[in-house]
Design a protein around this ligand. Sequence first.
Ligand code: FES
Length: 77
Amino acid sequence: MYVCICKGITDHQIRAAARNGAVSVRALNRELGVASQCSKCSRQAREVLREALLEGQADTRRLVEQPGVQQWVPQSA
Ligand code: FES
């Protein structure tokens, strides 16, 4: 689904950006150009990003809770 008509940005592109570290509409603006023209997409972009970030947290929780998956513990110098 198109989220930003002006720049032709889809929800899939926003989800991919979230997986690559975008955590704000400002980051989506820098990376994809979302909300860089009329800004009518800002609210929808924020919602798609929020959903993607929540889904990412759920995926991380499922991975950590799997038997045999060990958490990385940093070593002190
Ligand atoms: S719809 Fe995104 S800037 Fe216009």
